[in-house]
Design a protein around this ligand. Sequence first.
Ligand code: UT7
Length: 330
Amino acid sequence: MSADVRAAIVGLGSYVPQKVLTNQDLERMVDTSDEWITQRTGIKERRVVSEADSTASMGTEAGRRACAAAGVDPADLDLIICATITPETLCPGSACYIQRDLGAAPAAAFDLAAACSGFLYGLAVAARFIESGQFKNCLVVGSETLTRFTDWTDRSSCILFGDGAGAAVLQPTRDPNRGFQYCVMHADGSGWDYIWIPAGGARMPASTETIERRMHFLKMRGRDVYKFAIEKMQWLLADCMAACDLTPDAVDLVVPHQVNIRIIKSATRKLNFPLEKVYVNIDKRGNTSAASIPIALDEAARAGRIGPGSTVLLIAFGAGLTWSGAVVRL
Ligand code: UT7
């Protein structure tokens, strides 16, 4: 292991399906209104997969774009991690389909289930492999097909979620001003039932009864998640800045998990952090769990809001419960 090697993000890519589901569309499906959804969440529309798309196909396209941006031939990848809670199949992992479709065999490939924190957990794992000297080209994908696990009769959750994928290629760097400067990861399994999908796993295998009781859909204790998210968003932002001795002036952009505009605003207000330095696309994308941060990161880069030399804070929290943050210099 070489102590002066860091992992750097050298390419980003994302993919969202074409089909748009607006709040007005949802008004026709459940007892809700554009006004309620906009005020309570900041979401106006979200993308939804068609028959042709799935977690692996979206992850593959995002991965292909990230490799192209990095100038890395997918055949040269050493590792592919797919962060997802909506896997292509329970077995094998989505990362294996992505590896096959990218033509990246025999790169190591596995899934990582840390929900909305999954992409940041994946970055941390890949970074450790790079720092240890074991791998050089690592692809971390966050891909979710949440709308196939959404209960479209449950107005308290179906308004939130969207589909999509984002990806980053990581490589080693010896430049101390680039790469991962800090990362933090935590979990508290006592909150397992804040957000969960009860059936379809080993605990409650699929049966006629589980289908009739709609147990294969995501269940959420929205208010409890809200309180947890408010606390963690604020804590992570403060922790990342303190760990790297950063003031808001020294931060180019915060890319938070796109969970709810009220949660983002509350944390930034309490810490006196300027909202203009926070990337928000929840109005167009909704909550895409593990795909949320890499999609936002790629969009921010393509919009010119970040580029080489930028200091970026990444902040996520979600089912598990899990929470994670990172400070990255591009
Ligand atoms: O990545 C993590 C995934 N989880 C999340 O992102 C969820 C985080 N939580 C939240 O974003 C918020 O808790 C929600 C947006 C889900 C809900 O907002 P809230 O301000 O916490 O509302 P609430 O659950 O306290 O419900 C307030 C009212 C209730 O009516 P009553 O009991 O006051 O009459 C709900 O029945 O709003 C009602 N309601 C709705 N009304 C219209 C709940 N969903 C809807 C809806 N349209 N879609």
